[in-house]
Design a protein around this ligand. Structure first.
Ligand SMILES: [Zn+2]
Length: 335
């Protein structure tokens, strides 16, 4: 789960304030690229968590959080267009049919049995619909029926940046919740922290949507270094950690770590589910590599990366810092 963004503290507190008297449906609306979906997912996980922290954040440790992280919580559904799921999973649909950009009526109908069941874990059940405006007419009408017959402890979280495209009858059945765009200062400071070189420029380019700005920066900036890194980690047994650290010492360590995190996410996902998310074009090598690494070792390395990411903005010696990470990575495949 992604942490809350610094500009979401107030929204988070307001959402926590709703816990005691949750509506049946909540409409999270706001500009694109400001983290509305991440906010919704955090909220869903926090509602399902068995032992949330005092600030409402999910504990990340209970059985419920574990299920949630594995995308297999029985009391949770994420409904989004196939095109988004395919982009995330990197999997093509059988038959080569183009994945739909709409949420279909079947996707909403499938929910009705979920809506009528009682919660697996005795607490809430949560459905996130994202982006809600991509529901086609039939889907929207089908959802309307479900919203008209609310069942206890079932929460719909509709996420949208185009509320005007939703049926008025749906809008009227949702409690509206505005997710604010961060101020220029907060957005730029966050981007700088993520290693984006001209944060203000990047932010402006995207109409002040920090997540989108980060996306652009990461895909454009450092493309060459990323290529070098990927080429090396694809063949860990041939990797020269020192030489690699040497050739990457000028790139922002946070970029290198980010890339390694995505790569390891894919290794773990290939191991567990046989699918990858971030590097679909490398799925063959990733699946092969995943077979040679133990899950425990992989988890330990992911933890190491997480800690490294915290120290990544001011490493004393960037070269040494990277070299040690590369050595740990190579170690994954040593056995
Ligand atoms: Zn938990």
């Amino acid at each position: 789960m992604k942490p809350l963004y610094p500009w979401q503290t107030e929204s988070w507190q307001a959402l926590q304030g709703l816990r005691a008297r949750l509506p049946h449906a909540l409409l999270l609306k706001g500009a694109q690229g400001i983290g509305k979906l991440d906010l919704a997912m955090n909220y869903a996980q926090s509602l399902l968590c068995e032992k949330p922290h005092a600030d409402g954040m999910a504990c990340q440790e209970c059985g419920s959080c574990h299920w949630f992280e594995q995308n297999s919580h029985p009391d949770f559904r994420l409904i989004q267009p196939d095109a988004l799921t395919v982009a995330e999973d990197g999997e093509e649909k059988a038959g080569g049919k183009k994945p739909s950009r709409e949420i279909s009526v079947d996707q909403i109908r499938d929910l009705s049995s979920f809506a009528n069941l009682s919660a697996h874990c005795g607490g809430y059940r949560v459905v996130v619909i994202h982006p809600a405006e991509t529901m086609n007419n039939n889907a929207a009408n089908s959802l309307l029926k479900t919203l008209e017959e609310p069942t206890g402890k079932l929460l719909f979280l509709l996420v949208t940046n185009k509320p005007q495209q939703l049926l008025p009858t749906i809008l009227s059945r949702c409690l509206s919740f505005v997710v604010h765009t961060p101020t220029r200062e907060v957005g730029a400071a966050w981007l700088a922290q993520q290693g984006v070189k001209s944060p203000e420029h990047a932010l402006a380019q995207t109409g002040f949507a920090p997540l989108q700005a980060l996306d652009w920066a990461e895909s454009g900036e450092g493309a060459e270094e990323r290529g070098i890194l990927l080429n090396a980690i694809r063949q860990p047994t041939k990797m020269d950690a020192l030489a690699l650290a040497d050739s990457l010492q000028r790139s922002a360590p946070v970029h290198v770590i980010h890339c390694l995190q995505q790569w390891c996410h894919d290794l773990a996902s290939a191991k567990l589910a046989g699918s990858v998310r971030y590097f679909p074009e490398q799925s063959e090598s990733i699946i092969k590599l995943a077979g040679g690494a133990s899950s425990m070792a992989l988890m330990r390395f992911q933890k190491e990366l997480l800690e490294a990411r915290r120290a990544a903005f001011h490493p004393l010696n960037p070269k040494l810092f990277l070299e040690s990470l590369f050595l740990s990575y190579r170690q994954l495949f040593a056995a």
